[in-house]
Design a protein around this ligand. Sequence first.
Ligand SMILES: Cc1cc2nc3c(=O)[nH]c(=O)nc-3n(C[C@H](O)[C@H](O)[C@H](O)COP(=O)(O)O)c2cc1C
Ligand SMILES: [Fe+2]
Ligand SMILES: [Fe+2]
Length: 403
Amino acid sequence: MQNTHEIAPGLHWVGGNERRLQRFENLFPLRFGVAYNSYLIVDEKTCLLDTVDSSISQLFIDNVEFVLGGRDLDYLVVNHMEPDHCGNIETIIRRYPNVKFIGNAKTFQFFEQFYRFDASKNYKIVKDLEELDLGSRKLRFYTAPMVHWPEVMMTLDFTNHILFSSDAYGTFGAHNGTYFADEMEYRRDYLDEARRYYSNIVGKFGIPVQSIMKKLSNEVIDMICPLHGPMYRNEELALILDKYEKWSKYIPETKSALIIYATMYNNTESVADKLATRLGQLGVRDMRVYDVSEFDPSYLVSEAWKYSHIVIATPTYNSNVFYKIYNLLHELTSLNLQSRKFSFIVNSSWGGQTLEQLQALVEKMKNIEIIGEPVLIKSTLKDENIEAIDNLAKAISESIHKS
Ligand SMILES: Cc1cc2nc3c(=O)[nH]c(=O)nc-3n(C[C@H](O)[C@H](O)[C@H](O)COP(=O)(O)O)c2cc1C
Ligand SMILES: [Fe+2]
Ligand SMILES: [Fe+2]
Protein backbone atom coordinates (compact mmCIF):
# COMPACT_ATOMS: atom_id res chain seq x y z
CA MET A 1 0.00 0.00 0.00
CA GLN A 2 1.43 3.34 -1.06
CA ASN A 3 1.96 6.46 1.00
CA THR A 4 2.97 9.46 -1.10
CA HIS A 5 2.66 13.22 -0.86
CA GLU A 6 2.69 15.86 -3.60
CA ILE A 7 5.01 18.47 -2.10
CA ALA A 8 4.82 20.87 -5.09
CA PRO A 9 2.90 20.66 -8.39
CA GLY A 10 4.18 17.59 -10.21
CA LEU A 11 6.74 16.80 -7.49
CA HIS A 12 5.92 13.82 -5.29
CA TRP A 13 7.63 12.52 -2.18
CA VAL A 14 7.75 8.75 -2.65
CA GLY A 15 10.07 7.83 0.23
CA GLY A 16 9.32 6.20 3.54
CA ASN A 17 10.01 6.04 7.25
CA GLU A 18 12.08 3.52 9.18
CA ARG A 19 11.27 3.51 12.91
CA ARG A 20 12.66 0.11 13.87
CA LEU A 21 16.29 0.76 13.08
CA GLN A 22 18.24 1.11 16.32
CA ARG A 23 21.35 2.71 14.89
CA PHE A 24 21.87 4.60 11.63
CA GLU A 25 24.98 3.24 9.85
CA ASN A 26 24.92 0.69 12.69
CA LEU A 27 26.51 3.48 14.74
CA PHE A 28 24.31 6.46 15.57
CA PRO A 29 21.37 5.76 17.90
CA LEU A 30 18.02 6.82 16.45
CA ARG A 31 15.49 8.22 18.88
CA PHE A 32 12.75 9.01 16.40
CA GLY A 33 13.64 6.80 13.45
CA VAL A 34 14.87 8.06 10.11
CA ALA A 35 13.23 8.98 6.80
CA TYR A 36 14.57 7.96 3.41
CA ASN A 37 13.37 10.56 0.94
CA SER A 38 12.94 9.87 -2.74
CA TYR A 39 11.29 12.32 -5.14
CA LEU A 40 9.37 11.67 -8.33
CA ILE A 41 8.78 14.42 -10.90
CA VAL A 42 5.84 13.87 -13.23
CA ASP A 43 6.19 16.12 -16.27
CA GLU A 44 6.35 15.48 -20.02
CA LYS A 45 9.09 13.14 -18.88
CA THR A 46 9.04 11.27 -15.57
CA CYS A 47 12.08 11.46 -13.34
CA LEU A 48 12.87 9.73 -10.05
CA LEU A 49 15.51 11.32 -7.82
CA ASP A 50 17.32 8.67 -5.77
CA THR A 51 15.83 5.51 -4.32
CA VAL A 52 15.65 4.35 -0.68
CA ASP A 53 17.14 1.82 1.73
CA SER A 54 16.35 -1.83 1.07
CA SER A 55 14.45 -1.98 4.40
CA ILE A 56 11.48 -0.15 2.82
CA SER A 57 11.65 -1.50 -0.74
CA GLN A 58 8.07 -2.75 -0.99
CA LEU A 59 6.54 0.55 0.12
CA PHE A 60 8.86 2.46 -2.19
CA ILE A 61 8.00 0.42 -5.28
CA ASP A 62 4.28 0.77 -4.49
CA ASN A 63 4.77 4.54 -4.15
CA VAL A 64 6.57 4.91 -7.46
CA GLU A 65 4.04 2.74 -9.30
CA PHE A 66 1.13 4.65 -7.80
CA VAL A 67 2.43 8.09 -8.73
CA LEU A 68 3.42 6.98 -12.23
CA GLY A 69 -0.15 5.70 -12.69
CA GLY A 70 0.82 3.34 -15.48
CA ARG A 71 3.34 5.66 -17.16
CA ASP A 72 6.89 4.55 -17.85
CA LEU A 73 9.83 5.95 -15.89
CA ASP A 74 12.12 7.98 -18.16
CA TYR A 75 14.93 8.97 -15.77
CA LEU A 76 16.46 7.86 -12.49
CA VAL A 77 18.89 10.43 -11.08
CA VAL A 78 21.29 8.99 -8.52
CA ASN A 79 22.72 11.86 -6.52
CA HIS A 80 24.33 9.58 -3.95
CA MET A 81 25.52 5.98 -4.18
CA GLU A 82 25.41 5.14 -0.46
CA PRO A 83 23.34 2.01 0.20
CA ASP A 84 20.70 3.88 2.26
CA HIS A 85 19.68 5.54 -1.02
CA CYS A 86 20.64 3.19 -3.78
CA GLY A 87 19.16 0.00 -2.33
CA ASN A 88 16.47 -0.07 -5.01
CA ILE A 89 18.26 0.94 -8.19
CA GLU A 90 18.28 -2.62 -9.46
CA THR A 91 14.56 -3.13 -8.75
CA ILE A 92 13.70 0.14 -10.51
CA ILE A 93 15.74 -0.75 -13.59
CA ARG A 94 14.24 -4.25 -13.74
CA ARG A 95 10.72 -2.76 -13.53
CA TYR A 96 11.38 0.11 -15.92
CA PRO A 97 14.00 -1.29 -18.31
CA ASN A 98 13.89 1.80 -20.58
CA VAL A 99 14.89 4.13 -17.75
CA LYS A 100 17.99 6.28 -18.22
CA PHE A 101 20.15 5.95 -15.10
CA ILE A 102 21.76 9.37 -14.58
CA GLY A 103 24.98 9.78 -12.64
CA ASN A 104 28.56 10.93 -13.02
CA ALA A 105 31.55 8.71 -13.77
CA LYS A 106 32.08 7.99 -10.06
CA THR A 107 28.42 7.07 -9.58
CA PHE A 108 28.77 4.20 -12.04
CA GLN A 109 32.12 3.14 -10.63
CA PHE A 110 30.48 2.81 -7.21
CA PHE A 111 27.40 1.13 -8.63
CA GLU A 112 29.62 -1.56 -10.14
CA GLN A 113 31.57 -1.92 -6.89
CA PHE A 114 28.44 -2.38 -4.77
CA TYR A 115 26.23 -4.41 -7.13
CA ARG A 116 26.62 -7.32 -9.53
CA PHE A 117 23.61 -6.28 -11.62
CA ASP A 118 24.70 -5.08 -15.09
CA ALA A 119 22.87 -1.81 -15.82
CA SER A 120 25.45 -0.40 -18.22
CA LYS A 121 22.97 -0.13 -21.10
CA ASN A 122 20.88 2.26 -18.96
CA TYR A 123 23.76 4.57 -18.00
CA LYS A 124 23.59 8.25 -18.89
CA ILE A 125 26.77 9.93 -17.69
CA VAL A 126 26.43 13.62 -16.92
CA LYS A 127 29.10 16.22 -16.28
CA ASP A 128 29.10 19.04 -13.77
CA LEU A 129 26.46 21.65 -14.74
CA GLU A 130 24.93 19.50 -17.48
CA GLU A 131 21.19 20.08 -17.96
CA LEU A 132 18.19 17.84 -18.59
CA ASP A 133 14.86 18.97 -20.04
CA LEU A 134 11.80 17.29 -18.53
CA GLY A 135 9.20 19.36 -20.43
CA SER A 136 7.90 22.19 -18.28
CA ARG A 137 11.03 22.17 -16.13
CA LYS A 138 14.74 21.74 -16.48
CA LEU A 139 17.25 20.14 -14.16
CA ARG A 140 20.92 21.01 -13.74
CA PHE A 141 23.39 18.62 -12.11
CA TYR A 142 26.08 19.88 -9.76
CA THR A 143 28.86 17.57 -8.69
CA ALA A 144 29.45 18.00 -4.97
CA PRO A 145 32.46 15.77 -4.26
CA MET A 146 33.01 14.83 -0.59
CA VAL A 147 29.67 16.10 0.67
CA HIS A 148 30.20 13.46 2.16
CA TRP A 149 31.17 10.85 -0.49
CA PRO A 150 33.16 11.42 -3.70
CA GLU A 151 30.34 10.73 -6.19
CA VAL A 152 27.77 13.06 -4.57
CA MET A 153 25.76 15.36 -6.85
CA MET A 154 23.03 17.85 -6.19
CA THR A 155 20.27 18.42 -8.72
CA LEU A 156 18.65 21.80 -9.20
CA ASP A 157 15.23 22.20 -10.79
CA PHE A 158 16.10 25.73 -11.92
CA THR A 159 12.67 26.32 -13.40
CA ASN A 160 10.99 25.91 -10.01
CA HIS A 161 14.05 26.74 -7.87
CA ILE A 162 14.08 23.43 -6.03
CA LEU A 163 17.37 21.90 -4.90
CA PHE A 164 17.69 18.15 -4.39
CA SER A 165 20.60 18.33 -2.00
CA SER A 166 21.55 14.70 -1.39
CA ASP A 167 22.51 14.04 2.28
CA ALA A 168 23.30 17.72 2.90
CA TYR A 169 20.58 19.44 4.96
CA GLY A 170 19.35 16.00 6.03
CA THR A 171 18.46 15.02 9.56
CA PHE A 172 17.66 11.97 11.65
CA GLY A 173 13.98 11.62 12.58
CA ALA A 174 11.10 10.04 10.65
CA HIS A 175 8.28 12.15 9.18
CA ASN A 176 5.20 12.74 11.30
CA GLY A 177 2.58 13.30 8.63
CA THR A 178 3.81 16.68 7.42
CA TYR A 179 6.85 17.09 5.23
CA PHE A 180 8.00 20.70 5.40
CA ALA A 181 10.01 22.07 8.31
CA ASP A 182 7.55 24.98 8.48
CA GLU A 183 4.66 22.58 9.12
CA MET A 184 6.06 21.32 12.44
CA GLU A 185 7.97 22.50 15.51
CA TYR A 186 11.17 22.02 13.56
CA ARG A 187 13.40 24.11 15.82
CA ARG A 188 12.23 22.21 18.88
CA ASP A 189 11.93 18.71 17.44
CA TYR A 190 14.47 18.37 14.61
CA LEU A 191 17.19 21.00 14.76
CA ASP A 192 19.34 19.22 17.37
CA GLU A 193 19.06 16.04 15.33
CA ALA A 194 20.00 17.95 12.15
CA ARG A 195 23.12 19.17 13.95
CA ARG A 196 23.91 15.65 15.19
CA TYR A 197 23.49 14.35 11.63
CA TYR A 198 25.63 17.12 10.15
CA SER A 199 28.45 17.08 12.71
CA ASN A 200 28.89 13.32 12.78
CA ILE A 201 28.33 12.50 9.12
CA VAL A 202 29.22 15.60 7.11
CA GLY A 203 31.15 17.63 9.74
CA LYS A 204 34.59 16.55 8.53
CA PHE A 205 33.86 18.04 5.11
CA GLY A 206 33.38 21.73 5.89
CA ILE A 207 35.43 22.87 2.88
CA PRO A 208 33.49 20.79 0.29
CA VAL A 209 30.23 22.02 1.87
CA GLN A 210 31.46 25.59 1.56
CA SER A 211 32.39 25.08 -2.10
CA ILE A 212 29.02 23.68 -3.15
CA MET A 213 27.24 26.44 -1.22
CA LYS A 214 29.39 28.98 -3.08
CA LYS A 215 28.77 27.31 -6.42
CA LEU A 216 25.01 27.53 -5.83
CA SER A 217 25.06 31.00 -4.33
CA ASN A 218 24.02 32.73 -7.59
CA GLU A 219 21.01 30.47 -8.03
CA VAL A 220 17.56 31.24 -6.67
CA ILE A 221 16.63 28.40 -4.32
CA ASP A 222 13.12 28.41 -2.86
CA MET A 223 13.02 24.85 -1.60
CA ILE A 224 15.54 22.25 -0.47
CA CYS A 225 14.68 18.56 -0.67
CA PRO A 226 17.26 16.47 1.21
CA LEU A 227 17.52 12.68 1.33
CA HIS A 228 16.59 12.49 5.04
CA GLY A 229 14.07 14.41 7.12
CA PRO A 230 11.90 17.45 6.36
CA MET A 231 12.02 19.67 3.29
CA TYR A 232 12.80 23.35 3.67
CA ARG A 233 11.24 26.57 2.34
CA ASN A 234 10.57 30.09 3.64
CA GLU A 235 12.03 30.93 7.05
CA GLU A 236 13.13 27.39 7.85
CA LEU A 237 15.12 27.37 4.59
CA ALA A 238 16.91 30.54 5.71
CA LEU A 239 17.51 28.93 9.10
CA ILE A 240 19.10 25.74 7.79
CA LEU A 241 21.25 27.68 5.29
CA ASP A 242 22.49 29.88 8.13
CA LYS A 243 23.21 26.82 10.29
CA TYR A 244 25.15 25.17 7.45
CA GLU A 245 27.17 28.34 6.98
CA LYS A 246 28.18 28.21 10.66
CA TRP A 247 28.59 24.45 10.94
CA SER A 248 30.72 24.15 7.81
CA LYS A 249 32.97 27.02 8.95
CA TYR A 250 33.21 25.54 12.47
CA ILE A 251 31.73 28.72 13.94
CA PRO A 252 30.14 27.98 17.33
CA GLU A 253 26.45 28.84 17.68
CA THR A 254 26.46 29.25 21.46
CA LYS A 255 28.97 31.32 23.40
CA SER A 256 28.98 29.27 26.55
CA ALA A 257 30.60 26.29 28.23
CA LEU A 258 30.09 22.65 27.41
CA ILE A 259 31.47 20.58 30.29
CA ILE A 260 32.16 16.92 29.57
CA TYR A 261 33.44 14.77 32.39
CA ALA A 262 34.29 11.16 33.06
CA THR A 263 34.05 9.67 36.50
CA MET A 264 34.16 6.28 38.17
CA TYR A 265 33.39 7.25 41.77
CA ASN A 266 31.82 10.70 41.23
CA ASN A 267 34.75 12.75 42.46
CA THR A 268 35.58 14.21 39.06
CA GLU A 269 31.87 14.78 38.51
CA SER A 270 31.68 16.93 41.63
CA VAL A 271 34.57 19.08 40.36
CA ALA A 272 32.77 19.54 37.04
CA ASP A 273 29.58 20.55 38.85
CA LYS A 274 31.48 22.95 41.09
CA LEU A 275 33.02 24.63 38.06
CA ALA A 276 29.62 24.86 36.37
CA THR A 277 28.08 26.51 39.44
CA ARG A 278 30.94 29.01 39.63
CA LEU A 279 30.50 29.81 35.93
CA GLY A 280 26.79 30.34 36.52
CA GLN A 281 27.58 32.69 39.41
CA LEU A 282 29.83 34.63 37.04
CA GLY A 283 26.94 35.15 34.63
CA VAL A 284 27.56 32.35 32.13
CA ARG A 285 24.26 31.02 30.78
CA ASP A 286 23.04 28.07 28.74
CA MET A 287 25.77 25.64 29.83
CA ARG A 288 25.56 21.88 29.48
CA VAL A 289 27.25 19.30 31.71
CA TYR A 290 27.55 15.74 30.38
CA ASP A 291 28.82 12.45 31.76
CA VAL A 292 30.79 10.96 28.86
CA SER A 293 29.71 7.43 29.80
CA GLU A 294 26.01 8.23 29.78
CA PHE A 295 25.73 9.57 26.25
CA ASP A 296 26.43 8.15 22.87
CA PRO A 297 29.44 10.09 21.53
CA SER A 298 27.37 11.38 18.58
CA TYR A 299 25.39 13.62 20.98
CA LEU A 300 28.60 15.02 22.47
CA VAL A 301 30.11 15.60 19.02
CA SER A 302 26.98 17.55 18.15
CA GLU A 303 27.23 19.67 21.31
CA ALA A 304 30.91 20.31 20.58
CA TRP A 305 29.82 21.70 17.20
CA LYS A 306 27.45 24.05 19.00
CA TYR A 307 29.49 25.39 21.92
CA SER A 308 32.42 27.83 21.90
CA HIS A 309 34.09 26.64 25.11
CA ILE A 310 34.69 22.99 25.98
CA VAL A 311 35.84 21.86 29.43
CA ILE A 312 37.17 18.33 29.66
CA ALA A 313 37.32 16.77 33.15
CA THR A 314 38.84 13.32 33.42
CA PRO A 315 40.19 10.93 36.02
CA THR A 316 43.45 9.16 35.29
CA TYR A 317 42.85 5.63 34.14
CA ASN A 318 45.80 3.23 33.85
CA SER A 319 48.11 6.24 33.52
CA ASN A 320 45.96 7.64 30.73
CA VAL A 321 43.02 9.84 29.88
CA PHE A 322 39.80 7.90 30.64
CA TYR A 323 39.28 6.12 27.36
CA LYS A 324 35.79 7.40 26.56
CA ILE A 325 37.19 10.92 26.81
CA TYR A 326 40.15 9.83 24.70
CA ASN A 327 37.81 8.39 22.06
CA LEU A 328 35.66 11.50 22.02
CA LEU A 329 38.62 13.84 21.54
CA HIS A 330 40.04 11.53 18.91
CA GLU A 331 36.71 11.61 17.05
CA LEU A 332 36.45 15.40 17.30
CA THR A 333 39.93 15.67 15.78
CA SER A 334 39.10 13.23 13.05
CA LEU A 335 35.91 15.17 12.26
CA ASN A 336 38.05 18.29 11.83
CA LEU A 337 36.46 20.25 14.66
CA GLN A 338 38.33 23.53 14.98
CA SER A 339 38.20 27.04 16.43
CA ARG A 340 37.23 25.99 19.94
CA LYS A 341 38.49 26.98 23.37
CA PHE A 342 39.40 24.13 25.72
CA SER A 343 40.02 23.91 29.46
CA PHE A 344 41.07 20.89 31.51
CA ILE A 345 40.40 19.29 34.87
CA VAL A 346 42.50 16.22 35.70
CA ASN A 347 41.97 13.91 38.65
CA SER A 348 44.66 11.43 39.59
CA SER A 349 45.34 9.36 42.68
CA TRP A 350 48.93 8.30 42.14
CA GLY A 351 50.01 9.71 38.78
CA GLY A 352 50.05 9.44 35.02
CA GLN A 353 50.48 11.43 31.81
CA THR A 354 46.86 12.54 31.65
CA LEU A 355 47.27 16.29 31.25
CA GLU A 356 50.03 15.91 28.65
CA GLN A 357 47.84 13.49 26.73
CA LEU A 358 44.84 15.81 26.84
CA GLN A 359 46.96 18.66 25.54
CA ALA A 360 48.45 16.50 22.79
CA LEU A 361 44.97 15.35 21.66
CA VAL A 362 43.56 18.85 21.50
CA GLU A 363 46.65 20.34 19.84
CA LYS A 364 45.88 18.26 16.76
CA MET A 365 42.85 20.49 16.13
CA LYS A 366 43.16 23.75 14.20
CA ASN A 367 42.75 27.18 15.76
CA ILE A 368 42.45 25.93 19.34
CA GLU A 369 43.05 28.03 22.45
CA ILE A 370 43.59 26.68 25.96
CA ILE A 371 41.78 28.82 28.53
CA GLY A 372 42.99 29.10 32.14
CA GLU A 373 45.28 26.87 34.17
CA PRO A 374 44.29 23.19 34.27
CA VAL A 375 42.80 22.18 37.64
CA LEU A 376 44.65 19.20 39.12
CA ILE A 377 42.76 17.17 41.74
CA LYS A 378 44.15 14.40 43.94
CA SER A 379 41.33 11.82 44.24
CA THR A 380 38.71 14.18 45.61
CA LEU A 381 37.84 17.86 45.71
CA LYS A 382 39.37 19.65 48.76
CA ASP A 383 39.25 23.20 50.07
CA GLU A 384 42.73 23.76 48.70
CA ASN A 385 41.40 23.19 45.14
CA ILE A 386 38.74 25.90 45.33
CA GLU A 387 41.05 28.73 44.33
CA ALA A 388 42.17 26.86 41.21
CA ILE A 389 38.53 26.20 40.27
CA ASP A 390 37.64 29.84 40.86
CA ASN A 391 40.54 30.97 38.70
CA LEU A 392 39.56 28.62 35.91
CA ALA A 393 35.93 29.77 36.13
CA LYS A 394 37.05 33.43 35.92
CA ALA A 395 39.26 32.75 32.92
CA ILE A 396 36.49 30.89 31.09
CA SER A 397 33.77 33.42 31.87
CA GLU A 398 35.98 36.33 30.82
CA SER A 399 36.77 34.56 27.59
CA ILE A 400 33.06 33.84 26.96
CA HIS A 401 31.97 37.37 27.75
CA LYS A 402 34.58 39.03 25.54
CA SER A 403 34.09 36.71 22.56
C1 LIG B 1 40.85 0.85 36.75
C2 LIG B 1 41.41 2.11 37.36
C3 LIG B 1 42.66 2.57 36.96
C4 LIG B 1 43.19 3.70 37.51
N1 LIG B 1 44.42 4.15 37.10
C5 LIG B 1 44.98 5.25 37.67
C6 LIG B 1 46.27 5.72 37.29
O1 LIG B 1 46.94 5.13 36.45
N2 LIG B 1 46.76 6.82 37.88
C7 LIG B 1 46.05 7.50 38.84
O2 LIG B 1 46.54 8.50 39.33
N3 LIG B 1 44.82 7.09 39.21
C8 LIG B 1 44.26 5.98 38.66
N4 LIG B 1 43.03 5.56 39.05
C9 LIG B 1 42.33 6.27 40.12
C10 LIG B 1 41.41 7.32 39.57
O3 LIG B 1 42.13 8.35 39.01
C11 LIG B 1 40.47 7.74 40.68
O4 LIG B 1 39.32 6.98 40.47
C12 LIG B 1 40.15 9.20 40.62
O5 LIG B 1 41.24 9.91 41.12
C13 LIG B 1 38.88 9.53 41.40
O6 LIG B 1 37.98 10.15 40.54
P1 LIG B 1 36.50 9.64 40.27
O7 LIG B 1 35.82 9.48 41.58
O8 LIG B 1 35.92 10.72 39.45
O9 LIG B 1 36.59 8.32 39.54
C14 LIG B 1 42.47 4.41 38.48
C15 LIG B 1 41.19 3.96 38.85
C16 LIG B 1 40.67 2.83 38.31
C17 LIG B 1 39.30 2.37 38.74
FE1 LIG C 1 25.32 9.42 2.73
FE1 LIG D 1 21.95 9.16 3.57
